[in-house]
Ligand binder design. Structure first.
Ligand SMILES: [Zn+2]
Length: 315
């Protein structure tokens, strides 16, 4: 009898130890997974901790396939959101993969286009102006005539815009001046006399070689654009597209000059402009102007609101 009681007591003791152990394991397993510390210099990762053990957590990178690779730069250098929730539509990507967005206002058959930031951070105030116009139009949709659709590409060179607000921010990631890369009057090399020449730039390996240029070309191919303004800075005035200047583009330039102080005819520096967006737009059947703000920091917003109104109602 005593032997049986000892046996049962022994079994109970073993059972208690086992229960304690298993219970501990269950308690451990039900703990939330630990969040590992990721150093500030690395991109953020999704972390999946499979077991609460001492093994290092399995890391699933969300940006680059190799967590030790150089992370991509921030893909949204100039975050832009409207309080109304209206979103831009991504129509292409920069060389570094930054989205290029268009904002659309109105639903009319007559399609108009504004482009800002083709010279990137060097002309960053054109992007700020585009954003101001987008915010204004979002709040004042009645400004758009019934027969008009207006597209605003707010930042066509986001890699340049993210790089710098100096000369270095002018070109795209391949050091191409995008306003020399369009396939109309494109030249591999040009006489730099009288032209902007403060840093090394090229016109690209071939006409329309750049991702940003292709984005604009696709947009023209898939829309019937009647008129376009490409914003620049600074100070030289309003340049009609076409070689020689296209008649409708000159008419558009005159209309704008009536409500803006930007010089028209523009200041002649002796530069022969090749591969420009305005010349390409004219080749696609649009009236077009390149237009320069007064300086490299102001947006001349009130004046450009008048320009916008004149542009929207120009026929
Ligand atoms: Zn420019």
């Amino acid at each position: 009898m005593l032997a049986w009681m000892l046996n049962i007591a022994g079994l109970l003791a073993i059972l208690t130890v086992v229960m304690f152990y298993v219970g501990g394991r269950i308690a451990l397993a039900s703990k939330p997974p630990a969040t590992p510390t990721v150093t500030a210099t690395k991109p953020s990762f999704n972390v999946i901790a499979t077991m609460p053990t001492q093994e290092p957590p399995r890391v699933v990178p969300s940006i680059t396939p190799d967590p030790l690779a150089t992370p991509l730069p921030n893909t949204a250098p100039t975050p832009f959101f409207l309080a109304s929730g209206r979103r831009g539509t991504t129509i292409g990507l920069s060389v570094l993969g930054r989205p290029i967005e268009v904002y659309t206002f109105g639903q009319g058959d007559r399609q108009l286009l504004m482009v800002a930031g083709i010279h990137g951070g060097y002309e960053w105030n054109t992007i700020t102006l585009a954003d101001e116009m987008i915010i204004y139009l979002d709040a004042h949709p009645e400004m758009i005539p019934d027969d008009v659709t207006l597209y605003i590409i707010r930042d066509i060179n986001p890699d340049g815009a993210a790089r710098s607000h100096t000369d270095e921010g002018r070109v795209n990631e391949n050091r191409v001046d995008l306003n020399r890369n369009f396939p109309t009057n494109w030249k591999a090399e040009w006489n730099r006399d009288g032209c902007w020449n403060d840093t090394y730039t090229t016109s690209g390996t071939t006409p329309g070689s750049e991702s940003e240029t292709k984005t604009v070309m696709r947009f023209f191919a898939s829309h019937h654009i009647s008129a376009a303004i490409s914003y620049h800075s600074a100070a030289l005035g309003i340049f009609p597209g076409g070689t020689p200047w296209d008649a409708d583009s000159k008419r558009l330039a005159k209309t704008i000059a009536e409500v803006a102080s930007y010089p028209y005819p523009p200041v002649e520096t002796g530069c022969i402009y090749t591969g420009t967006l305005a010349d390409y737009a004219v080749s696609m059947g649009a009236a077009a102007v390149d237009m320069e703000l007064s300086n490299h920091h102001d947006t001349d917003f009130e004046m450009n609101l008048n320009v916008l109104n004149a542009f929207l109602n120009w026929r």
